[in-house]
Design a protein around this ligand. Structure first.
Ligand SMILES: Nc1ncnc2c1ncn2[C@@H]1O[C@H](COP(=O)(O)OP(=O)(O)OP(=O)(O)O)[C@@H](O)[C@H]1O
Ligand SMILES: [Mg+2]
Length: 352
């Protein structure tokens, strides 16, 4: 992000609320030393307390990114059998590392849980049971979960390492930051196939389908990550008390999921639609302002309209893609396509 406020004490220009959010995001990405991170966080807390409780909760939930609380380094041996190689990224739950499994002599991805999750017994138990349920998922387009590890050293989910890039990173590298429908069609076919399998054969819904959870491997196949890692865990301590979104990760959730209804296939169908919408236009259906209100009250623009809004002069979205994605984004869950296979069939990327 390159924000100049990220590694130094905030200046007057940094004290405006929108700047604080930018600082938080860059702080998360560029933290340099525990001392300066803690200093920045303390400064921001004082500012945020005067501005809005939401910002304060954001800052508190970011404490777990401090190096002091997560002292992992390349070359370190963890949980007896793994050697850490490099970080693959980090999200709301913690840091993901590429590691080498010396027992099976193969690469592995380790998703370390942030301390605030490890310390929360209820959340930890829920994550364990979610992980146990997802162990049974065996599909070529779903990242295989191997284990849930918990020791005094910390807790982590061990999973298949995917040698590739997430669709989110591939998208931001594109000119205009969006794909054409013909480019993503094979990936969407993989995605629908994986969701169909999980919904019908394993009885599981994902609840967090989004571009950063879809990785394209070096052979061009799509793999879904984070199957079974429940949304609630990622939302941070104070989020459930408010419908306000925290740094963008709620852009793909159905209205029913936002309001706390039990998990349903229709939630994944909505998120699938929101994901495709973003891949084809660069932005999810709702991305600015009060997402919760828009999600319930506003029909998103067609993808063609969105591209026009973003200054693209010659949008080229096939009508069938427009209609199918609009159906996935219906507010009324019963009006969405009934299955992921139905979505793929409507798009004409599988034979019905
Ligand atoms: N199994 C994996 N193999 C390879 N890379 C992975 C794997 N799992 C995650 N990653 C990488 O690590 C990054 C961080 O993943 P993580 O799930 O922690 O965060 P996220 O998906 O970006 O956000 P959120 O926490 O909101 O889901 C991903 O974007 C991806 O690039
Ligand atoms: Mg993820």
């Amino acid at each position: 992000m390159g924000d100049k406020c990220s590694t130094e004490a905030p200046t007057a220009d940094c004290l405006r609320p929108h700047r604080i959010v930018l600082v938080l995001e860059s702080y998360r990405k560029t933290r340099t030393s525990a001392k300066s991170c803690a200093d920045i966080r303390d400064h921001l807390k004082k500012i945020a307390a005067r501005k809005t409780p939401l910002l304060l909760s954001c800052i508190n939930s970011m404490a777990h990114f401090d190096k002091t609380e997560n002292p992992l380094t390349a070359g370190q041996r963890v949980f007896e059998r793994y050697y850490l190689k490099r970080t693959l990224g980090e999200g709301g739950m913690g840091v993901v590392w590429l590691a080498h499994d010396r027992v099976l002599d193969q690469p592995i991805a380790l998703k370390f849980l942030a301390p605030h999750l490890v310390d929360d017994r209820k959340e930890l138990d829920r994550l364990k049971s979610e992980t146990r349920r997802s162990l049974k998922l065996a599909h070529p387009n779903i990242v295989r979960i191997h284990d849930f590890i918990q020791t005094p050293q910390g807790a982590a989910v061990a999973m298949e390492y995917v040698d590739g890039w997430s669709l989110w990173s591939l998208k931001v590298d594109k000119p205009g930051q969006f794909f054409g429908s013909e480019e993503i069609a094979p990936w969407i076919r993989d995605l629908c196939s994986a969701l169909q399998y999980a919904h019908t054969e394993a009885g599981l819904v994902h609840r967090d389908v989004k571009p950063s959870n879809l990785i394209i491997n070096s052979r061009g196949q799509l793999k879904i990550t984070d199957f079974g890692l429940s949304r609630e865990l990622q939302r941070g301590p104070a989020h459930s008390a408010s419908h306000a979104p925290v740094v963008g990760t709620d852009w793909y959730m159905s209205p029913q999921q936002w309001t706390g209804d039990p998990p349903a296939v229709s939630d994944d169908i909505y998120s699938l639609g929101a994901t495709i919408y973003e891949l084809l236009t660069g932005k999810p259906p709702f991305y600015d302002g009060d997402i919760f209100a828009q999600l319930h009250e506003v029909i998103p623009p067609s993808m063609t309209e969105r591209l026009f809004e973003l200054g693209v002069n010659d949008p080229n979205i096939p009508l069938i893609w427009e209609e199918t994605i609009a159906a996935c984004l219906e507010k009324d869950a019963s009006r969405r396509p009934v299955s992921a296979r139905d979505v793929a069939a409507r798009l004409g990327i599988i034979t019905p």
